[in-house]
Design a protein around this ligand. Sequence first.
Ligand code: ADP
Ligand code: GN1
Ligand code: MG
Length: 359
Amino acid sequence: MNPQQLFDLFATEGTFASCAPLGAGLINDTFVVRTQEASAPDYLLQRINHVIFQNVDMMQNNIHRVTSHLRTKLKQRGVEDLDRKVLTMIPTRDGQLYHFDGESYWRFMLFIPDTISVDEVTESSAYDAGRAFGQFQSDLSDLAGDPLGETIPNFHNMEFRLQQFYEAVVTDPVKRVCKVADLIDEVEKRAYDLCLPERLYRERKLRKRINHCDTKVNNMLFDKDGKFLCVIDLDTVMPGFVLSDIGDFIRTAANTGAEDDENLDNVRLNMPIFKAYTKGYLETATFLTPLEKTLLPFGGRLLTYMQTVRFLTDYINGDVYYKTKSAEHNLQRAKAQFKLLQSIEAHLDEMNAFVAACK
Ligand code: ADP
Ligand code: GN1
Ligand code: MG
């Protein structure tokens, strides 16, 4: 279907003007749809990657429950300008949360105008983002009804990610294993330690809570002055360990380089950003158990390790999961993530001392 036909199918206002690609997401295809009238909103159109999100119905229902619940909470706190603070889903004219055209799954949301989506944050916006994610988890802690579905089963289960990794190494489908023997060793060396949360969960010491599970910094919108506005990309909101959300923020925002930096010298942990986020997060995440609090810096290590493993696995498998710009892109990403992991490991004592000193 073309964008104009989709625009007419969904409960949009105004007249279709244009459609253009948007953003740097690695999974879905995202477009901004502009309307002709200044009085009508613009829209975000997405083609959902249904190879990755195999149960689109479950995912769209999750997002509907989450956005409705967050909207109620924001209203109760007297927050204004709600359409800029939480995503607004646009149903089809016959009330469905998505449309399947026989080939692709499509959805519409309100486009939030005058925002910036950044790959780098300041200390002040990291602090705001920390507060916002603590609040996000806190607001979702009393979501009524059945638990949210796992839109990608075992998404942040480190044991499962390692199993996929070992399968790739053994199968070696495109003969790349010989190029990455050193990195494979580094992954294996850490495997037992990094599966700690799964063991703690089995021992009933660590619980699951609703998490965003993809808190990379370009999944947040900031206003033009850099003030935090809204959490976006809710596809992976599901039960998990709180370590996921602090971890992915540290992995992406508290990195002095890029996720796929070609120059590994650029890549280090940015301690001031880690501190600012953690301070903000601990102010609103008042529900944390002492164990969860102690493990927050480990969350940064875990998610950076997990991403190293996921990029490396995709490289070994021949680039079947992530969008890539070149044949070596996943390898470059895995190397950059591993460099960040080493830097986090070198700072863990300092990170732990900082968390211990926070009230
Ligand atoms: P992906 O799952 O592929 O990462 P996202 O949902 O994160 O897709 O969207 C991709 C990008 O589109 C975001 O990084 C952001 O820049 C922009 N974006 C997403 N939702 C909105 C929105 N409602 N309003 C404005 N921009 C948005
Ligand atoms: C993907 O969708 P996007 O680009 O925000 C991925 C995350 C990874 C991230 C790495 C569903 O996130 O888990 O951490 O890339 N999302 C999915 O940049 O796999
Ligand atoms: Mg995204």
